[in-house]
Design a protein around this ligand. Structure first.
Ligand code: LLP
Length: 390
């Protein structure tokens, strides 16, 4: 997404900070993901946690995705956004009783269960409601995602899933639970995975695990391999759509399926990350002793990824016209030193009121915003509404 002069003029007329959504890019991404998945009959769920902006959800739903939820709030939001309950899955290590009841009330497709105790609680609550809950057991495959430790989930030390050593006990509990039906197994090894060999390793591990189930005559309707496909934060203009072709091809090549078995995916970041930028204004440029500080009106309250995961987001000064460069620490207004987007970044000479674009912010951006320091994030702007004066 490259911002046009018309868009810049529009941004200049608006209160900042806000998220700007490129709806055409979102369409292109959804079309590509869906058509590549359709080649293999793969079923796609959109990981709502990445972004629950209404317009985004409408577009995702219109392209035939189901919803992957991690809270009762997300389950309800998915239903409200029009996703059919039979394409809603509910994951998470800590589902509360209320959240489970919400999901049961909608008869969702499947609970991705992460512990024996959780299976027992879902069974009890389903019995109370006179229902049978479909579940998939989330298995911790102990496969590395080669990603940032904070967003790695499939290793033994992570809190997610059930270890294979516990699986006999899990099957015993399921056999004794009349209000539970085991329909699949679930995996998710981490997020922002750019080394696709991690997925090959996952497939190899899933194949072994499938043998384990076959040996016990347990039939599984589907394998849910989670999400995690990474995007190119460094060259977002060039690689604006993730490599869904290579991604799905890995599963097609390495995952061994039993007759009739389906494969489910839960993609978040790769669907929405490139489709939005955080737009901010320069409030002040302060010359420090060792660096210049570019102080924006957006900070960790609008986009916390750089502060939380040392994540890189490309930053452009959309207003600057000169070719002279200067080095800046790009920081937010929040009263914390960690409120820094980038250090020593070379940008065109910048001044107060310049419009700054922080790219690839569509996933885990707006949803992770907070009102710490009582900051206000303004209404989102969409590329297909740019002529509208707000
Ligand atoms: N399925 C499960 C069970 C998950 O836990 C996640 C993400 C996904 C699917 C979707 O993963 P994706 O395709 O978006 O990578 N806030 C962090 C990312 C946290 C990811 C949590 N789980 C960040 O900003 O990088």
């Amino acid at each position: 997404m490259v911002i046009s002069q018309d868009q810049l003029a529009h941004f200049n007329s608006l209160k900042t900070p806000f998220y700007f959504y490129d709806t055409q890019l979102l369409e292109r991404t959804l079309n590509f993901a869906k058509s590549e998945a359709d080649k293999y009959g793969y079923i796609l769920h959109y990981a709502m946690k990445a972004n629950v902006n209404d317009k985004v959800l409408q577009a995702v739903h219109a392209h035939g995705f189901g919803a992957d939820c991690v809270s009762g709030g997300e389950v309800q939001k998915a239903i409200d956004a029009g996703f059919s309950a039979d394409e809603v899955v509910f994951a998470g290590v800590g589902k509360s009783d209320d959240e489970i009841l919400t999901a049961l009330s909608h008869d969702i497709f499947c609970f991705n269960c992460e512990s024996i105790q959780e299976i027992q609680v879902i069974n009890e609550l389903a019995a109370q409601e006179g229902k049978v809950a479909q579940i998939a057991v989330r298995i911790n495959p102990n496969v590395s995602a080669n990603t940032h430790a904070h967003i790695s989930t499939g290793l033994k030390e992570n809190k997610f899933g059930v270890n294979m050593s516990e699986m006999d006990a899990v099957l015993e509990v399921i056999a004794a639970s009349k209000h539970i039906k085991l329909v699949g197994i679930h995996f998710h090894i981490g997020s922002q995975i750019t080394d696709l060999s991690s997925y090959k390793n996952l497939c190899v591990r899933v194949n072994q695990i499938q043998e384990w189930f076959v040996a016990r005559h347990v039939a599984l309707e589907f394998i849910n391999v989670g999400g995690g496909l990474g995007i190119d934060y460094y060259n977002p203009e060039v690689n604006d759509v993730a490599d869904f072709k290579a991604y799905f091809a890995i599963f097609a090549e390495f995952l061994e399926l039993r007759p009739g078995q389906k494969v489910h995916f839960e993609l978040g970041r790769s669907i929405v990350a490139q489709c939005a930028s955080l737009i901010a204004r320069v409030l002040y440029v302060k010359e420090g002793e060792t660096t210049n500080f570019m102080i924006l009106d957006a900070g960790m309250t609008e986009l916390i990824r750089p502060m939380l995961y040392q994540a890189y987001h490309k930053i452009n000064n959309l207003s600057a016209i000169g070719t002279t460069l200067a080095s800046y620490d790009v920081v937010g207004p929040i009263c914390e030193s960690t409120d820094t987007f980038a250090k020593g970044l070379e940008l065109p000479l910048s001044k107060r009121k310049d419009i700054i674009e922080i790219k690839s912010a569509g996933a885990y951006g707006e949803v992770m915003a907070s009102n710490y320091n009582l900051k206000t994030l303004h209404r989102s702007v969409y590329s297909d509404e740019v002529s509208v004066v707000i």
